[in-house]
Unconditional design. Structure first.
Lengths: 113, 113
């Protein structure tokens, strides 16, 4: 079955420190990977995506993600965390002819002042 | 201008009632989705439409019926509401294809009492 895993329910990091939110995937064929962020009582906002090419993808709000085919991972990173980055982060893969996103369970990021 | 808008934002109703949630997108996208987010924040696809045609129907009870009058609208009608239907429902849209991200509405929090 094709799936996305986010092994950490919660990530805590101090403001100004680098952050990593982990994602691993299991898909047949080429993976098309996405990161979304959800702030409280809001919809999901797109951060970045990996389709092909460079393994390091840059996205919104200073976030980037590293695609690693051998480890089937797509970890989200930011060099210096802000308190305002505190939110729920979802990794997703696109399937079914491009008609369906399958989401990971989400990781809650808390950035402490 | 809101790209994907859902109404209502909150919906509280009694068991057994019938209710509808409306969704409109002004992005010119061909594909629209309904996702359900449960109390643990898991996101699961319910339906996917491409240009008014149903593409995905993910083992959703027959009480849920999507309707797409045109490609900018995808409404969700729910009959005979049950307690277990309480969740946040998100509408989203994207262009078809593997490399396109989705844009989400702000969600409709449905509470069945």
């Amino acid at each position: 079955a094709q799936s996305v895993a986010q092994p950490e329910d919660q990530v805590n990091v101090a403001e100004g420190n680098p952050l990593t939110v982990k994602c691993t995937y299991s898909v047949s064929g080429n993976p098309y990977l996405f990161w979304y962020v959800q702030y409280p009582n809001r919809g999901l906002q797109f951060l970045l995506k990996y389709i092909t090419g460079d393994n390091l993808v840059k996205g919104s709000y200073g976030f980037e993600a590293e695609f690693n085919k051998s480890q089937t991972s797509f970890h989200l990173k930011k060099p210096s965390a802000l308190v305002s980055d505190s939110a729920l982060y979802f990794c997703a893969v696109k399937l079914s002819g491009g008609q369906n996103f399958v989401f990971g369970p989400g990781t809650r990021l808390s950035v402490l002042p | 201008d809101t790209a994907v808008s859902q109404t209502p934002k909150y919906l509280v109703t009694q068991m057994g009632n019938d209710k509808s949630i409306k969704c409109e997108q002004n992005l010119g996208h061909d594909t629209m989705y309904w996702y359900k987010q449960d109390s643990k924040k898991f996101l699961k696809i319910m339906f996917s439409y491409n240009n008014k045609e149903l593409i995905i129907n993910e083992t959703v009870p027959n009480r849920f019926s999507p309707k797409s009058p045109d490609k900018a609208h995808l409404n969700l009608h729910i009959n005979s509401l049950e307690l277990g239907d309480s969740a946040v429902y998100f509408c989203a849209s994207s262009q078809p294809g593997y490399n396109t991200e989705a844009f989400f509405g702000q969600g409709t929090r449905l509470t069945v009492v």
